[in-house]
Design a binder for this molecule. Structure first.
Ligand SMILES: [Zn+2]
Length: 361
């Protein structure tokens, strides 16, 4: 395994990553402007290497999905200091923040309220057109599509959270195995075999339902092997600095597999052995809370999800708990779990004495 701490870029951290974060980097002068967003923010682009194989990588097409962007910056750092072999063989075309307005406002959608990852049939937004034009001019051999997934995701059949999930996007409803899809599957198997040794049981396959509006489907359909990378939740680390390391490791593994042709020896059917994603996590699960409901007092479990909000003043993301389910939730998991079985205080689900629950945590 690589010595990650050597390459990690400490100037960039936390969940709020914007164009300003990129401009603070020591290599910010290497960025060019690809074009402009709806809100007239520059969309930065970095070309790295001089090889004949072209890899196109973009991140934060969903503005509030910043973890993989941090990993991508670390990948750039790795390539710059250690990647001579890679850079002679590959030319990397990197768009670290495709949706700078969404990043600034901490929203999934762009300034017009459009989900850019549902815009690859219409190309109605300038950001989608910028990526499509770059794709057309580069004619990449591989595409890496970088995202964050919600903390709800688990690895199917287990009680482990999905820290990293991967996908070879489909090209039709019958999920045909085209040569491009097979190539992506093989590279994913390469990543999985390395990554699963580090975070065993925490790596999964993202949902592969076909949606032609998505960028991954669009480029895969054009015949370019495309891989979706999703950074997920690991324990109570909501800065996702730990996940960042594992995502960086995934990206380096993918590049190594492609450059050293490791993927060619892999049987692509092994892809289907990677467990799928499931949705079995709350951010906080409080078990056996004594609740008064309709003149009855019962013990019940409470499942909370954090709503992420940008505090415009401090430029920090706050994580505000909201009850989304209650009842018998024993088959679910929480990134944090507390048992109230020995607590005899009665809470009311409609009143704000529930806030006391959080004070006790
Ligand atoms: Zn996304």
């Amino acid at each position: 395994m690589i010595n990650y701490s050597k390459y990690k870029i400490h100037e960039i951290k936390g969940r709020y990553i914007t164009n300003d974060s990129l401009l603070r980097l020591s290599f910010s002068n290497d960025f060019n402007i690809l074009g402009f967003s709806v809100g007239e923010a520059p969309v930065y682009y970095l070309k790295l290497g001089s090889g004949s194989l072209n890899i196109l990588i973009w991140s934060q097409m969903h503005g509030n999905e910043s973890t993989s962007t941090k990993s991508l910056i670390d990948l750039i750092s790795f390539l710059k200091s250690n990647g001579k072999d890679y850079l002679n063989y590959v030319t990397f075309h990197i768009v670290p923040i495709l949706n700078p307005d969404g990043a600034l406002n901490y929203t999934r959608d762009n300034f017009n309220g459009i989900d850019l990852n549902r815009d690859f049939l219409n190309f109605s937004q300038p950001e989608s057109r910028l990526l499509k034009d770059l794709y057309d001019s580069v004619k990449p051999d591989f595409c890496f599509n970088l995202h964050d997934q919600r903390s709800i995701y688990s690895v199917k059949g287990t009680n482990k959270s999905s820290i990293i999930s991967l996908l070879s996007p489909t090209v039709d409803n019958s999920k045909s195995e085209t040569s491009s899809r097979i190539k992506s599957m093989k590279v994913i198997c390469s990543i999985y075999s390395k990554l699963n040794k580090v975070i065993e049981g925490h790596v999964s396959r993202f949902n592969d339902d076909y949606n032609p509006n998505c960028v991954g489907e669009a480029f895969q359909t054009q015949g370019t092997p495309t891989i979706l990378f999703e950074s997920g939740q690991f324990g109570e680390d909501y800065t996702r600095e730990n996940t960042r390391e594992f995502m960086c490791y995934s990206l380096i593994s993918a590049v190594q597999s492609i450059v050293k042709l490791e993927y060619e020896k892999i049987v692509h059917k092994k892809y289907y052995l990677i467990p799928e994603n499931d949705k079995r996590f709350f951010d906080v699960l409080i078990k056996n809370v004594l609740l008064s409901e309709k003149n009855k007092t019962i013990r019940s479990d409470l499942g909370f999800r954090f709503k992420e909000n940008l505090c415009k003043k401090t430029k920090k993301i706050t994580f505000d708990p909201k009850i989304i389910e209650h009842g018998n939730l024993k088959s679910m998991n929480g990134h944090k779990e507390i048992d109230f079985i020995n607590n005899s205080k009665i809470f009311n689900i409609k009143s704000n004495n529930l806030a006391e629950l959080f004070k006790k945590m």
